[in-house]
Design a protein around this ligand. Structure first.
Ligand SMILES: NC(=O)c1ccc[n+]([C@@H]2O[C@H](COP(=O)([O-])OP(=O)(O)OC[C@H]3O[C@@H](n4cnc5c(N)ncnc54)[C@H](O)[C@@H]3O)[C@@H](O)[C@H]2O)c1
Length: 253
């Protein structure tokens, strides 16, 4: 019997940044990548382009991680159609920077819904399929905002991303015996065209001069490299950890 390719589902994979870079990298690694995003048209366009690049079909599903019925349906459809699910990358994130004393409840709730509950719900409905597949790897995209004392990200985002780390550790402990590894990646500032439009030049200069030890801004591929490692068998003894990809922000202390 022909062995199937390992199946990897990436959320928010059709944007300008990390999700698309991760999907591209995993597809080039030889995995059977399922591209998902809340933006249906961009999702299809990106999957078509990636299929052209790697020379094989790339599955695509419209998926908003705040729509729990949709998450449940997509996870079970993918597992049934592909014969399993091996890798899940929870990349979807949202933030709006408002000081705590002025923050609307809608901002707080939206951020937790996408960043934390979205990650939980995807894990909740992917884990049974992964356990059935005999194991797998879940990679949650957190942020250095989880522990930085800074107003740059907003409290809702920092709280949600710290929550993702707690969720990662407990899920790792619960599922190690099933062969499912659960890790988090915490990027620092990672350049993308969308951020370039919303932040001034000084924002990027400031990160370089105050923070990053390496003399450049991070690129989505820098994060994709770490995700590729964590998804692979090279990381088969690695679980419950958080890996920073920040150009050395942590090293600065
Ligand atoms: N870019 C950075 O500097 C940086 C730093 C640290 C952490 N992160 C985290 O990395 C992840 C990716 O960020 P990025 O900036 O590279 O963006 P990205 O381009 O990977 O993601 C944007 C995409 O997210 C999709 N999306 C938004 N809400 C969604 C939802 N509810 N369900 C499904 N898809 C949704 C959008 O349609 C868009 O296509 C996020 O979790 C973010 O918090 C980013």
């Amino acid at each position: 019997m022909a062995t199937r390719r390992r199946v990897a589902l990436v959320t928010a994979a059709a944007g300008a940044g990390i999700g698309a870079a991760v999907a591209r990298r995993l597809a080039h690694d030889g995995l059977d990548v399922v591209v998902t995003d809340a933006h249906q048209r961009r999702c299809q366009e990106f999957a078509d382009a990636l299929a052209g690049e790697v020379g094989r079909e790339i599955s695509v599903h419209h998926l908003d991680v705040t729509d729990h019925d949709q998450v449940r349906a997509v996870m079970s459809e993918v597992a049934a159609a592909k014969g399993g699910l091996d890798v899940l990358v929870n990349n979807a994130g949202w933030s709006r920077i408002e000081p705590v004393a002025e923050m609307s409840l809608a901002t707080w709730q939206r951020c937790l819904d996408v960043d934390l509950t979205g990650t939980f719900v995807c894990m909740r409905f992917a884990l049974p399929a992964m356990i059935d597949s005999g194991g797998g790897s879940i990679i949650n995209i957190s942020s250095i905002a989880a522990w930085e004392m800074s107003t740059e990200h907003g409290a809702a985002y920092s709280a949600a991303k710290e929550g993702v780390l707690a969720l990662t550790r407990v899920a790792a402990a619960e599922n190690g015996a099933h062969g499912v590894r659960v890790n988090a990646v915490a990027p620092g500032l990672i350049y993308n065209d969308f951020l370039r439009r919303i932040y001034p030049e000084e924002f990027f200069d400031d990160y370089l001069s105050r923070k990053a030890v390496l003399d450049r801004i991070g690129q989505p591929d820098d994060v994709a490299g770490m995700v590729s490692f964590l998804a692979s068998d090279e990381a088969s003894y690695v679980t419950g950890e958080v890996f920073t990809v920040s150009g050395g922000v942590s090293a600065r202390g």
